[in-house]
Design a protein around this ligand. Structure first.
Ligand code: NAI
Ligand code: MN
Ligand code: ZN
Length: 337
């Protein structure tokens, strides 16, 4: 089989590898399509602190089961499935309290173990979620990015009274906007980004107001309009955003962060406690695949709105470079296998 392998930082090869055999409790997927994510580029460029090399990248993948290991029902062969990249131990404290995404033994497929940019990938059978026929292949490939939005939304519990502010209209911001609008019934969704093209996508995905915060001071603009956001999601993840979010938030607001920057930022107790602000953080997803499959099957979210390009995996370098360089024309890029 062929696999997209990052041998070491900056060195990508398409390599012939032996067909992997599913271990006990695992299934093997014949991958049909996979989505490119910023973290794939970070592993390629050597900027992901968790990655071990050589590594087959890709954690957003769809295909069908073509083999099963011991203890897995052979009737699953042929099933159309999407893979949850979060592999957890099931015993530790986070696993026991329903937070397998921060398992003490966490293994992310495509980061800590070989991923989905490959003709075949193996994964625990419980990580392979059946996709109903009503969800098309391309849409199914988008389930994983929506689980990130589902995870943060599940924590923050948005509601119709909320005035939402989303920083960043990349895939993470856009999936969150769709969930807020289509699932949680949030009526006011303000989106800030530094690129007009991304703000146009935000509108197409359900934003009710967009603000280019490279051109204007976001906080001053919201104050001028008398807007105090009650639910803020930082899907741009610059360290400067949290202090601003705390400052412009309504009393009793919730703020959700998703970033991995190691750079510090300055926040004060007074600014948080004075308004009794709740700060959530969210990493990957904790068992949110069934929820997102349900949203998609019910037509509450529209994954096609994010997909701008599709390439065959043999063009993976072209695809990654486009994804990396052109945020104006490019949002979600799919690879086919
Ligand atoms: P992206 O790079 O496609 O989108 C980020 C957007 O934020 C861009 O459109 C950019 O113009 C905008 N932006 C940058 N600085 C800004 C600022 N100061 N104010 C407003 N907008 C600003 O990235 P993507 O894929 O949407 O991911 C966003 C972030 O989420 C990344 O930092 C990524 O590491 C993180 N992430 C976190 C996950 C988690 O589970 N916690 C999972 C996936 C991504
Ligand atoms: Mn991703
Ligand atoms: Zn665990």
């Amino acid at each position: 089989m062929k696999s997209v392998v990052i041998k070491q930082p900056q060195e990508l090869v398409i390599e012939e590898r032996p067909l992997p055999q599913p271990a006990a409790g695992e299934v093997r997927l014949r991958v049909q399509s996979a989505g490119i994510c910023g973290s794939d580029v970070h592993i390629w460029r050597g900027h992901n602190p968790f990655a071990k090399y050589p590594r087959v990248i890709g954690h957003e993948f769809f295909g069908h089961i073509d083999a099963v290991g011991d203890g897995v029902d052979a009737a699953r062969i042929g099933e159309r499935v999407v893979g949850d990249p979060v592999v957890s131990c099931g015993h530790c404290y986070p696993c026991q309290v329903g937070r397998p995404n921060v398992c003490t033994q966490l293994q992310v497929i495509g980061v800590h173990r070989d991923g989905g940019f490959s003709d075949y990938v193996t994964l625990p059978a419980r990580n392979a979620h059946k996709v109903p026929e009503s969800i098309a292949d391309r849409e199914a490939t988008m389930i994983e990015p929506f689980t990130i939005a589902a995870n943060i939304c599940h924590q923050m519990q948005p509601g119709p009274l909320d005035v939402a502010l989303i920083y960043g209209a990349g895939p993470m911001g856009l999936t969150t906007i769709q969930a807020l609008a289509g699932v949680y019934g949030v009526k006011t969704i303000i989106v800030a980004d530094r690129l007009d093209a991304r703000l146009e996508m935000a509108r197409a995905n359900g934003a009710t107001q967009v603000i280019n915060n490279s051109a204007i001071d976001l906080q001053a603009e919201l104050e001028k309009q008398g807007i105090r956001p009650t639910l803020i999601v930082d899907a741009a993840c610059h360290p400067s955003i949290l202090p601003q979010a705390i400052s412009l938030a309504s009393p009793a607001a919730r703020i959700g962060i998703m970033g991995f920057s190691a750079d510090p930022c300055v926040i004060s107790q007074q600014a948080i406690t004075g308004k009794e602000i709740t700060i959530y953080s969210s990493r990957l997803n904790s068992g949110r695949f069934p929820m997102v499959i349900d949203w998609m099957a019910q037509g509450k979210i529209h994954p096609e709105k994010l997909i701008t390009h599709q390439f065959h995996y043999t063009d993976v370098v072209t695809a990654l470079e486009l994804f990396e360089k052109d945020q104006n024309s490019c949002c979600k890029v799919l690879l086919t296998f």
